[in-house]
Design a protein around this ligand. Structure first.
Ligand code: 4AD
Ligand code: MG
Length: 484
């Protein structure tokens, strides 16, 4: 008999039909009620066993985490909590699970610490929380592709191995096939990378942007969605060494078009999840409310998860310049009371304490900050005209900050003027031979263009309410951790 997935079974409620369900046992109560989950939905199906009909030797193997195949008729449920259940006529244990061993794992149905769940990343998919998170992660990825496809963007695959270190977005991981104990050396004793696999130094990419720009200057609207790697030693709840980034790049667009796109895109994705992942969201919402109730008032979320998502969909993002942000900070209570650890002054980068104040206290909604000082932003960002009341050079950069997440998007209008770009490359001490191809696009039909990078995992954090980035990617890579 063909297997019916639990999601479909619950949606159809075909009372009287004979069905087969395969899944894993979540719980087995009173030698009679088996809760089965197959991952298609967060909901379980209850299979009710009449032990006079089913052999004891089979039932004795039914236990939490075992895989079972159950056949029987769909009936209206007697108990509360579910509308239908299966009256079991046959049951087969496909894979047993030793209860003593299960009790040492995260599959044991009780509350586990997030750290313990991370140590068992190979098993945590079986828990309700991670089932919900990874179903939503999938849906976020799908919604992203759907948004761009429906709006006429082309998905470009940019290289993962890169021969240029020019972007400067982060520390890189080297890619090499040389023998680390015995590398070929040049006369001066340095490693001769010409003998390496690619005949030059290569690394894992930190961003697909520069290559995406090349494509945008022909296909007009493109995006990348791929893995990126940064070797910073930042052990925070918001950083991974391997994460996924979405980078749209648009020709004939300026910084305002870029902000409009980012806001429309983020809102679309949040709405998509609210409309298509209601069961998982409700579970995560409940979970968060329960967690919050154990925390001191100050650490609780001001709004529950689903309300936060609704709020983002229904309200416009705040748009301010860096210079305005500095003025708000200089007039803020924490600044006046000396509560900020880092200085607030025009020309220094905003630290996360400043960003949090702006997003979570002052505006209490997503904020787009533009026109940052040129001094601490990337070479490719377009140089702005000088403005009154702005002390120094700025670039057409934008960062989008989300409550509880911090920076979720970083982007800019790009420097399309050949001479200005060439000058910037020199000022940043980037060897021109590394970027000749990038510069060359500014010689043949250069146009204003803009784009941004969305941190995929930070987006998944926002829509699931998970507070540690390690809990929204199946197998996190962080300093000193690359298990599984
Ligand atoms: O701000 P970033 O460094 O921007 C770029 O890489 C540009 N090339 C993007 C572009 O304009 N096409 O990174 C973009 C986003 C950040 O806003 C953040 O959400 C995420 O990537 N991000 C990380 N996410 C997880 N772990 C890390 N270590 C991250 N570093 C950046
Ligand atoms: Mg950034």
């Amino acid at each position: 008999m063909k297997r019916t997935e639990i999601k479909q079974l619950l949606a159809e409620e075909k009372i009287g039909a004979e069905v087969n369900v395969k899944g894993w046992v979540k719980a087995f109560r009173s030698n009679r009620f088996i809760q089965i989950n197959d991952g298609s939905t967060i909901k379980n199906i209850q299979a009710v066993v009449d032990f006079e009909k089913i052999d004891e030797s089979v039932l004795s193997k039914v236990s939490t985490a075992a895989a079972v195949s159950v056949t029987g008729n769909v009936v209206a449920s007697q108990g509360s909590g579910q509308s239908i259940e299966i009256e079991v006529s046959a049951i087969e244990v496909l894979g047993e699970a030793n209860p003593d061993e299960v009790s040492k794992t995260v599959m044991q149905p009780k509350k586990h610490s997030m750290e313990f769940l991370r140590e068992q990343a190979h098993l945590r998919f079986r828990t309700n929380t991670f089932g919900a998170v990874f179903r939503i992660r999938h849906a976020v990825a799908y919604a992203i592709h759907k948004y761009f496809n429906d709006n006429g963007y082309y998905y470009i695959h940019t290289p993962i191995v890169t021969g240029s270190d020019a972007e400067g977005a982060g520390e890189m991981f080297r890619v090499s096939t040389l023998d680390p104990k015995n590398p070929p050396l040049k006369d001066d004793g340095s490693v001769n990378w010409e003998e390496d696999f690619f005949g030059k130094e290569t690394n894992l990419t930190v961003s697909g942007q520069l290559e995406a720009e090349l494509a945008a200057l022909a296909l007009s609207k493109v995006y990348t969605f791929g893995p990126t790697f940064r070797a910073e030693n930042s052990n925070t709840a918001r950083h991974l060494a391997e994460f996924w980034m979405i980078e749209p790049e648009v020709a004939f667009a300026d910084i305002v078009d870029n902000m409009d796109l980012a806001e429309d895109f983020l809102t679309y994705v949040v709405k998509y999840i609210m409309e298509n992942n209601a069961d998982d969201l409700e579970f995560l919402n409940e979970r968060e409310v329960k967690e919050d109730s154990t925390k001191p008032q100050a650490e609780r979320n001001e709004m529950p998860l689903i309300e936060r998502l609704k709020f983002v969909v229904e309200n416009n993002f705040e748009r301010i310049t860096y210079t305005e942000a500095i003025n708000i900070l200089l007039n803020s209570k924490p600044y006046k009371k000396n509560k900020f650890k880092f200085p607030v002054e025009w020309g220094s980068d905003l630290q996360s304490e400043h960003e949090r104040f702006l997003v979570e206290k002052h505006f209490n909604k997503p904020v787009i900050i533009t026109d940052y000082p040129a001094s601490f932003k990337a070479f490719y960002m377009r140089l702005n005209e000088k403005k009154d009341g702005v002390p120094g050079d700025t670039v057409a950069a934008m960062d989008i900050l989300f409550p509880g997440i911090g920076e979720i998007i970083g982007g800019s209008q790009r420097e399309e003027r050949y001479d200005v770009l060439k000058q910037k490359i020199a000022e940043f001490n980037i060897p021109e031979e590394e970027l000749w191809w990038y510069l060359e696009t500014r010689k043949f039909g250069t146009v204003p263009h803009a784009g941004f990078g969305l941190g995929f995992e930070r987006m998944v954090m926002f829509v699931t309410g998970m507070t540690n980035i390690r809990d929204v990617i199946p197998f996190p890579r962080t300093p000193k951790k690359a298990e599984f």
